[in-house]
Design a protein around this ligand. Sequence first.
Ligand code: GRF
Length: 208
Amino acid sequence: MAKLLKVGVLASGRGSNLQAIIDASEKGELSARVVVVVSDKAGARALERARAHGIPAVYLNPREYSTREEYDRAVADVLEAHGVEVVALAGYMRIVTGELLDRFPNRVLNIHPSLLPAFPGLEAQRQALEHGVKFSGCTVHFADGGLDSGPIIAQAVVPVLPDDTTETLADRILAEEHKLYPLVLQWLAEDRVRIFGRKVVILPPTDS
Ligand code: GRF
């Protein structure tokens, strides 16, 4: 079997994107496996999901570190110790610093529930509804130390319906997130992703 890309997931909460990645990997649809999950929240459901699949789950308490940089150094140490090649932020509620990004250059991804650059930050679905856009969606992008600001790898679009609430819109977007994140990881596993400044190009698949 071909070598599997080693993915480390950082998550603060529910972990449904983590679950989608684990499921795709276990079904053999993804040439990658999650080798460690790190969380800044002790009670994160993401940690439980990892443990349920025999994946090391590590809680690092931010209060035990005096700076964001120091915290990220500890996170990066854990990721490196598990041989992580790609870091996937999935509902991770912290902005990552250069301490982490420099250890995994162009290898830290994030998923956001809007069509960036529209509606970065918290409550993206509410922002979309309040703005009155007719379409929204999700974005997988490289993390660059800003707020949902790095080069965009892929996006999926969903309609915004007249009677949508933040919950119904979030659910519709989430269904796309669960397809898009594994897809992008598969492109990385196949070494098909190239970055030119802000522009990301996906190379066509090679016959194997
Ligand atoms: C997702 O909507 C993701 O786009 C955003 O936070 C949410 C995390 O959900 N960054 P989950 O923890 O993966 O279920």
